[in-house]
Design a protein around this ligand. Structure first.
Ligand SMILES: *[C@@H]1O[C@H](CO)[C@@H](O)[C@H](O)[C@H]1NC(C)=O
Ligand SMILES: *[C@@H]1O[C@H](CO)[C@@H](O)[C@H](O)[C@H]1NC(C)=O
Ligand SMILES: *[C@@H]1O[C@H](CO)[C@@H](O)[C@H](O)[C@H]1NC(C)=O
Ligand SMILES: *[C@@H]1O[C@H](CO)[C@@H](O)[C@H](O)[C@H]1NC(C)=O
Ligand SMILES: *[C@@H]1O[C@H](CO)[C@@H](O)[C@H](O)[C@H]1NC(C)=O
Length: 256
């Protein structure tokens, strides 16, 4: 029976992976630590506490004993959707990356990382994933490249100049042959302006140069997504941008 279930799970995973459109995506670092029960106990306290503690700015960081966690929601979703996502990934990361010292999970609406090292304020570009999930290519890739670069540069600068509560930007650009490019860029807001700019520049280099019609680049400290359809809520993003960052709880129960 166990073998049967394992086979089903393996098949499902292969199916989902082969489509490349899977959500969420993971990086379970290879460093197992099954014997460190104190770490596991800390994680088991820390991870379930994240979704109720995350505030309206969609960013939260906390530590419990030796375990540290950072969660970031997309800047254009509502707090309730954010909490649903954080709660989901907090469960999935334990199931799917059991007994790790570090792991990261990127879902459509939020990202969760935990580590035995402090991550706050440190820009991290690895591990990373470029997810294209479609082999449909844009027309005139050379001209598309120019249009996408212009859009990325503009948005990167807006995102990097964001507040300590939100560093995100979204807008549309005009591609060749009447193509509209919808893009959204986001950094964890604990980064400096320079750190955010640098992370997003490095992420843009991972966009496949054959230019699929849509792509997502996932790094621990920043993400890029572009599509040929509207996928973000600009009203909500603007609302989040105008909001002051949530007041920080003391470092013992959570820190930013
Ligand atoms: C992400 O959030 C949107 C609302 O902004 C919601 O419609 C969608 O179902 C969420 N996606 C997932 C995978 O939870
Ligand atoms: C898009 O370009 C990639 C890389 O050149 C190629 O593998 C793929 O088949 C192309 N897709 C289509 C639909 O032509
Ligand atoms: C995107 O990811 C694929 C699969 O992991 C990898 O082979 C490819 O080199 C990456 N592309 C870029 C531009 O980094
Ligand atoms: C996105 O591009 C694909 C492939 O060219 C096309 O079939 C689809 O209609 C486009 N979507 C939009 C909303 O333009
Ligand atoms: C977009 O955000 C606004 C402002 O928060 C909200 O009123 C609206 O329902 C959102 N739209 C969608 C499609 O989620």
């Amino acid at each position: 029976m166990a073998v049967f279930i394992f086979l089903i799970l393996t098949t499902l995973f292969a199916l989902v992976s082969s489509q490349g459109a899977y959500d969420p995506v993971y990086n379970c670092y290879p460093d197992y630590n099954p014997s460190n029960s104190q770490y596991t106990t800390s994680l088991n306290t820390l991870l379930p506490s994240l979704s109720s503690n995350i505030g309206d700015d969609g960013f939260y960081s906390a530590s419990e004993g030796p375990a540290n966690a950072i969660v970031l929601c997309r800047g254009d979703i509502q707090l309730d959707e954010c909490r649903v996502c954080v709660s989901m990934v907090a469960q999935r990361i334990v199931q799917d990356c059991p007994d790790r010292m570090r792991a990261i999970i990127w879902a459509l609406n939020c990202t969760l990382r935990y580590s035995d090292e402090r991550m706050l304020g440190a820009m991290a570009t690895t591990p990373n994933i470029n997810s294209t999930y479609s082999n449909l290519n844009v027309t005139s890739p050379d001209r598309f490249k120019g249009a996408l670069e212009t859009l990325m540069n503009d948005l990167r600068s807006v995102a990097a100049k964001g507040s300590s509560g939100l560093k995100a930007a979204a807008d549309i650009g005009s591609g060749p042959d009447g193509q509209t490019i919808y893009a959204m860029l986001q950094c964890t807001p604990d980064l400096s302006n320079e750190g955010c700019d640098s992370c997003l520049s490095q992420a843009a280099e991972l966009i496949p140069t054959w230019y699929p019609i849509g792509a997502r680049i996932y790094m621990p400290s920043c993400t890029i997504r572009y599509e040929n359809f509207s996928f973000y809520n600009i009203t909500r993003l603007q609302e989040s941008r105008d909001q002051p960052p949530t007041v920080l709880p003391p470092p013992s129960s959570g820190s930013r």
